[in-house]
Design a protein around this ligand. Structure first.
Ligand SMILES: Nc1ncnc2c1ncn2[C@@H]1O[C@H](COP(=O)(O)OP(=O)(O)OP(=O)(O)O)[C@@H](O)[C@H]1O
Length: 437
């Protein structure tokens, strides 16, 4: 029998390639249909081929979840399967004496994690790690988990608690379109690819009922604001404001119909994610009123105009680079939208300030080369966008976070990308009492 230790065969009686091939044939040609194997630990011998053949057979039989010991492997069906995610099914998994005996499902992981929190006397937190390659279904899976807890982590007898959970669920769901508009983009692999990492914390009181939630984001791909691969796009929100603004807003934001922007590649592609109305509506629900939204969209339009600022090489190194002819108008428009004096914006982009000497008292102003000006322009855009994103996350948190005294444990859900592979889910206990002080 071939033993696997960390992916390597070991032991004195390691199998020869010929007998492994024989076992493999026997396994693949066996009587039990491969799709009936609902746990990959039952696959024998464990090889890439047997595991993939088993997953493929299950996929063909519309079985998209498979256990792998305490980890769950989720395959993306690439089609809607509503009957797999009904509230009734959630309640079945929640009420089951042994949910692990039911068919493998994301709800088993959700329920097991919930029971772990429940069964421990001291409050011990749990986290579910959702990982997989781009487009594998991580965001989808984390949304399913949120919906599952919104149904099960509430008391059916307490109307008050049910209302709180419903409000939290609604706000978490409202935060999705906003976070996706500002943090997702169309890539080669996924039209709605999350370009940031996310840790969602569901806060539970002593009775393990949901009282609030918090979101922590990390590693936003802010370079995308100023640099996009040729077949990809910038963040959805830029296309939404250009396509969805009213006539009046177009005037205010200086986004005339048909205007071209260097940082807005492939605008002709229309995606369902381009729906500006959905984002605005969700922002309103989160407490971001129309005047604040207007300010946000002005900043975004200002960044688009910033991307149209191009410099010419300076003949004299001691002089700042001159603007290209087309860029003069873009500087004025960008400065006005970002509410900056034009001179200050130009100075920031073209002049480097160096401080030297004791207590940094000597100040030198060094004109930048054309390449340096371009880098400074891109950095400014990335910085402004990242701050805006962080601000949005803080607004979301202030609307969903519970009073720190009202919760004692949490279930965390971490979504992280991998280079290759389907979605895998594992849960672990977390000793950190709170990741959001
Ligand atoms: N269980 C599922 N049922 C139906 N459709 C699904 C399921 N999982 C994923 N999908 C589909 O696949 C698409 C991509 O999934 P998702 O955006 O969750 O991938 P991701 O792993 O989060 O990708 P990225 O890392 O690029 O953000 C979804 O928009 C959805 O249409």
């Amino acid at each position: 029998m071939l033993q696997q230790v960390n992916g390597h065969s070991c032991g004195s009686d390691a199998q020869s390639p010929a007998s492994l091939r024989e076992d493999l044939q026997e396994f693949l040609g066996g009587e039990a249909p491969l799709h009936q194997l609902d746990d990959l630990t039952k696959v024998n011998p464990v090889t890439l081929e047997t595991v993939l053949r088993c997953l493929q057979a299950r996929y063909m039989a519309d079985l998209f979840y498979t256990n792998a010991g305490c980890t769950l492997v989720a395959l993306n069906p690439f089609k809607p399967i509503p009957q797999l995610y009904t509230p009734e099914l959630m309640r079945d998994y929640h009420a089951a004496l042994q949910p692990q005996k039911l068919k493998p499902h994301i709800f088993t992981v959700g329920e097991q994690t919930y029971r772990n929190v429940k069964s421990l006397i001291e409050p011990v937190n749990q986290s579910i790690v959702v990982s997989g390659e781009s487009g594998a279904g991580k965001t989808w899976t984390s949304r399913c988990l949120m919906k599952f807890y919104a149904v099960v982590a509430t008391s059916p007898t307490s109307g008050e608690n049910y209302k709180i959970a419903e409000r939290i669920e609604q706000r978490i769901l409202n935060s999705n379109p906003v976070m996706e508009a500002f943090g997702n983009a169309c890539t080669l692999r996924n039209n709605n690819s999350s370009r940031f990492g996310k840790f969602i914390q569901l806060q539970l009181n002593r009775a393990q009922q949901m009282t609030g939630a918090a979101v922590q984001t990390y590693l936003l791909e802010k370079t995308r604001v100023a640099c996009q691969a040729s077949s990809e796009r910038n963040f959805h929100i830029f296309y939404q404001i250009c396509k969805g603004a009213s006539e009046e807003e177009r005037l205010q934001w200086h986004l005339p119909e048909g205007a071209t922007f260097s940082w807005l590649p492939n605008p002709e592609r229309t995606l369902e994610e381009d729906c500006f109305e959905v984002t605005r509506e969700a922002m309103l629900h989160l407490g971001i009123d129309t005047p604040s939204q207007n300010n946000i969209f002005k900043v975004l339009a200002g960044l688009l105009h910033l991307g149209n600022i191009w410099f010419a090489d300076s003949e004299d190194e001691a002089q700042p680079c001159q603007l290209m002819d087309d860029a003069k108008c873009s500087v004025r428009t960008s400065a006005s939208l970002l509410q900056l004096p034009v001179d200050l914006l130009l100075e920031t982009l073209r002049i480097r300030t160096i401080r030297a000497g004791k207590q940094q008292q000597q100040v030198f102003r060094k004109p930048c080369s054309r390449a340096e000006c371009d880098t400074r322009r891109d950095c400014l855009a990335k910085l402004v966008y990242a701050r805006l994103f962080d601000w949005l996350v803080s607004v979301i948190n202030s609307s969903i976070c519970a009073d720190p005294n009202s919760w004692t444990a949490f279930i965390g859900c971490q979504v992280r990308g991998l280079i290759k592979g389907p979605v895998t889910l594992g849960s672990c206990s977390s000793s950190a009492p709170c990741l959001f002080p």
